[in-house]
Design a protein around this ligand. Sequence first.
Ligand code: T1G
Ligand code: NAD
Length: 701
Amino acid sequence: MKDAVVLNQEETNSLITISNPPVNALSHEVRKGLMKAINDSLEDPGIETLAIIGSGKFFSAGADIQEFGKPSQGPQLPEICNLIESSRKPVFALINGTALGGGLELALSAHFRIAVPSAKIGLPEIHLGLLPGSGGTQRLPRIIGAEKALEMMLNGNPVSAQVGLSYGVIDWVDETGDLTVSARGIIQEVLEEKQSFTATRERTEGLQDEGGNRNAIEDQRIVWGKKAKGLYSPFQIIDCVKNALSLPFQEGLQFERESFNRCLESPQRKGLIHAFFAERRCKKIHEIRDAQPRKLETLAVLGGGTMGGGITVAALDAGLNVVMIERDEASLDKGRTNVEKVYDRHISKGRMSSDEKQKILSRYHPTTDFEKVSSADMVIEAVFEEMEVKKDVFRKLDQCVRPGTVLASNTSYLDIDQIASTTSRPQDVLGLHFFSPANIMKLLEIVVPSRLSDDALATGFALANRMGKVPVRAGNSDGFIGNRILGAYAKVAGYMMEDGTSPYRIDEAVRDFGYPIGPFQMFDLAGGDIGWANRKRNAESRDPQERYVHVADRICERGWFGQKTGRGFYLYEENSRNGFEDPEVLAIIDEERSKKEIRIRDYDPEEIIRRYLGAMVNEGAKVLGEKVARCPSDIDAVQLYGYGFPRFRGGPMKYADMYGIDRILQDIQEFSEEDPFFWKPSELLQDLVSKGQTFDDLNLQ
Ligand code: T1G
Ligand code: NAD
């Protein structure tokens, strides 16, 4: 095994290189190596200066996230930072690329920081439910003041080397293109001029503006009081920075350590780190490990409606050429408007110039000529959700497209095998299920019918990658992963409403759990007519044992389809997305309850969540048991990126593990006494409970 840290002596300078691909995470091996290299250099009388650099494109992406939650092994990063800072020999951080989290904290404890222009520096710990725990909350404010330090720690996004220079975090940006050579010059200068150097803990520039610092702390407390929504670490970060301003350094460090440990133990940290790995795990698909994606430069999109428009924008933004095909000129005009209005909004917000818009639109080719599909490497169909219409389109595609063209359907529910079987090339046909608005939502379900070839599947994943989407592999089952699970918790929301709980209280409980909106707000946003049409289509095949709530139908019968008609479960003022409670809707619900002689039950928020999540997890476990999803964290990724599940809870399957899957099963069994048909427990869930396992045990590595 190669050494994770390499020490090279260059005259009187000790060059210490972190070499832990791919991102130089500060794993146990790296910390051990750093400690030794630094100590050796400090003890060596021939060494006058130390420089720390990363190999490859990263300085270091920070602590090794894999190690959190496991027993920790020394030396710890704070010790290394303290050792560097207290060195009598000057230490230089040569920031050759991205420096994040503990990587930047390491650099902050050095006496000088030199960065390449392309370097990015940041403290993203907040995204993992943590805080900078190696002195970052204490050192950074001493250099740049509370306002900028809080900005970096609370938005968590990296800044460029130039911005770092303007803040005073970076001392030099090396423009020569050879960092180590120019560092040699700078090191020499420092030595020759016997330039004094100050340990970061002694620096005070950032502490001067006491009033400004106090205001920054109070401002952020107010901001986060409103937007924290269940997050824990932002307040800990604010407290740490406050203490950096008032406490002696050692005490501040001690406070930071205690706060860090509390964050480490928090469920939010567990949820957020699970989400980090879920997002990456879903991209590792064993079937396509050796498959080459096919060429993809031109995409044809069939249909310019809500989805066709959004998919077109996503593809244009990813640099592809897009041919949009509509059935007539009037519909094509609407399609064109759907695309242009996205860019016009960017222009009105000052995010894009008209020239940039025109440049992008030069790759956009709207037409009513179906034959133009022949120019495409891939086709995505987003026409009406009717099997006969889809089959007809795929038959025509089969006649017109070149051999090897990948053919995708954006259907929400329909059987992709059936669609594929209308063509002579089922190996090229797959499902690409985008979410609305398709240019914004990150989830892309990649639906794999039985005869799909690996390289066509790889092309689907390559498209997702180019578009910056989170792709999740799904089996070809009704509603795939996401809509199938949605079906279950949407039903339970309806049952609770009919049982006696106001839809507005249900939405509130779901929001308090951390969702941006509740289920009834979501129905109003998506448009009630879509679900209504689906229910009518499925009416015949519905099992008579299934409990059916008619309230949504009664609302749709009045033409109340949600936001777009100004009325649904909520009442909307003209051009407003803010809905108000509607007494007439409550009257409709009451009427349905009395028709069925329902014994009214007003569930409290805790019970609402028990039922809502119980339904979600039970259906998730069924989806897993049927192998429609590969592993639990893929379900979590679907819910996080497509359905607004609160990220700090990690996803429904992670939530179940943390809540206790035995408790989830008990809840389901309790509810099944009133409705055994709906609340039939998943076999896989029962099996896991009986073996004492968790969903996490089923996650792929
Ligand atoms: N630890 C372990 N593995 C990491 C890692 C890390 N910090 N960062 C990335 N990886 C893995 C990742 O799982 C993937 O693995 C591979 O590297 C490439 O990543 C003490 C508390 C660095 C911008 O939050 O933001 O320091 O999937 O696919 O798009 O105060 O990864 O290939 O097996 O994402 O080029 C703070 C998190 C830690 C950085 C690179 N640091 N990482 O993006 O590639 S907490 C972070 C990222 C901390 C101190 C504390 C991104 C990236 P695999 P990738 P990328
Ligand atoms: P939409 O009604 O907004 O748009 C459909 C478009 O297809 C219309 O503009 C229509 O003129 C066009 N069209 C119909 N037949 C055509 C043909 N033969 N050739 C070319 N164009 C044709 O519908 P939508 O909401 O964009 O949904 C499209 C598909 O995407 C459906 O399968 C739907 O289930 C799926 N979907 C929708 C959503 C959503 O939230 N709306 C989300 C995911 C998937």
